[in-house]
Write a protein that binds this ligand. Structure first.
Ligand code: G4P
Ligand code: NA
Ligand code: NA
Length: 193
């Protein structure tokens, strides 16, 4: 078991509706020593890739992405979310559906921060249905840049995002994959990897 999995067992809380609360160390209060360990692990898993940029999405991906960027010594770009935009300036825009919030969102990156010379590692805190991630991939592809890999802290393996994205051929590395969780007993089962 890795340090993130251990921490999830220690401090994660399983809520009704298949929600895992990790706000005491991951996406509200943030444990930076833990993030450092996660950053090193992503560096190991993507060591052979010519990554020159990290892409994430606001809000909770940003903290992790910055720590991962330290390992790769590259800049971080975060995509902005908004419900509607006037298409002013030069931006890449992807439309994504939020299952949780039941609405359409735009995911936006300024064109000047992503080009066909970029080799991108996408980082995010959670992968559930993968809609946000699909939006990020679409944006990288619109720029003519290369997705070198995708690094996720916690994947909910019982939702469809991970499978669809691996089926597209991307190297998707999740540090913890939760295959089962139970709100009544608090039990959490990780995928062996
Ligand atoms: P997806 O299709 O992009 O995979 O996401 P989904 O709509 O299923 O989830 C919407 C939001 O809820 C995402 O954050 C996602 O990270 C988060 N999320 C999904 N499952 C869990 C969970 O079990 N626990 C926690 N804590 N979060 C979960 P967001 O609203 O897009 O972004 P942010 O502003 O919070 O970063
Ligand atoms: Na989130
Ligand atoms: Na997120």
């Amino acid at each position: 078991m890795n340090v993130l999995e251990e921490r999830i067992l220690k401090d994660g809380i399983v809520k009704e509706g298949n929600v895992l609360k990790v706000d005491s160390f991951l996406n509200h209060q943030m444990d930076i020593d833990l993030f450092d360990e996660m950053g090193k692990e992503f560096k190991r898993r993507f060591a052979d890739k010519p990554i020159n940029k990290i892409l994430t999405i606001e809000a909770s991906g940003i903290g992790i992405a910055c720590i991962v960027a330290r390992q790769f010594k590259v800049p971080v770009v975060f995509a902005k979310k908004s419900q509607s935009i006037n298409l002013e300036g030069e931006m890449y825009v992807a439309e994504v559906e939020s299952f949780t919030h039941k609405c359409q969102n735009n995911v936006i990156v300024a064109q000047k921060f992503l080009s066909d010379r970029d080799h991108v590692l996408i980082i995010d805190d959670f992968l559930a249905n993968g809609c946000a991630l699909q939006g990020l991939i679409q944006i990288v592809q619109s720029a003519g840049a290369t997705v070198e890999g995708i690094g996720i802290a916690i994947e909910k393996g019982f939702q469809s995002g991970g499978r669809s994205i691996r089926n597209l051929g991307f190297q998707l590395e999740s540090l913890a994959i939760v295959d089962k969780m139970n709100a009544e007993t608090g039990e959490i089962k990780f995928r062996e990897q």
